[in-house]
Design a protein. Structure first.
Length: 187
């Protein structure tokens, strides 16, 4: 009997399935990306998020985290693009609006930054809005009132509502660098 190894190999190859691609777990990936951002490793965060973004069906928060990572790498136009997509899907997200305001400010788009901070202030709800309300009516918030608010937030660092209200007030007043101090509550 004549054996033809080539034919056996070919027949065997046809019956083998191609390896299945493993899709990353979105929840785990987002947690790892958040951790990378806390560790000040934005490139790692982007590398983790890329498969989710490329898949096209990523959770909305993927865009927010990608925007923050790109901003940390000073890639502001790309960061704004991701943040604008996030805010389009989540128009009342104070977190997204504040991040977009900071990125716009970093990109020297001051009018756009102030607009994002104004939108964030309007999106605040409940207690945070009540804290900010006295400063909302003025075009430029009173510097003394902002200083008092800073002292109040620093004496209650765990109070998310106070920190968000202060971040909005500082952004509306054009104190963009100061906003960053009060954003750790977002994570």
């Amino acid at each position: 009997m004549l054996s033809i190894p080539f034919l056996k190999t070919t027949a065997k190859a046809r019956t083998q399935r191609p390896p299945e691609t493993v899709r990353p777990d979105p929840g785990k990936t987002l947690d790892e990306a958040r951790a990378a951002l806390r560790e000040r490793n934005p490139q790692r965060a982007l590398n983790l998020l890329a498969p989710l973004i490329n898949a096209g069906d990523a959770p909305d928060e993927t865009r927010l985290l990608a925007g923050r990572a790109l901003a940390a790498l000073e890639r502001y136009p790309e960061a704004l693009e991701h943040l604008e997509m996030y805010v389009a899907a989540n128009p009342d997200s104070v977190k997204g609006l504040l991040c977009a305001g900071l990125v716009a400010a970093s990109a020297r788009e001051i009018a756009k930054a102030v607009d994002w901070f104004n939108r964030a202030a309007r999106a605040l709800g409940g207690r945070a809005r009540a804290i900010l309300e006295p400063l909302m009516n003025a075009e430029q918030p009173d510097p003394v009132a902002i200083e008092e608010m800073v002292a109040d937030v620093e004496s209650h660092p765990e109070d998310r509502d106070r920190a968000l209200a202060l971040a909005c007030a500082l952004g509306r007043a054009g104190h963009f660098r100061a906003v960053e101090r009060f954003l750790p509550v977002l994570d």
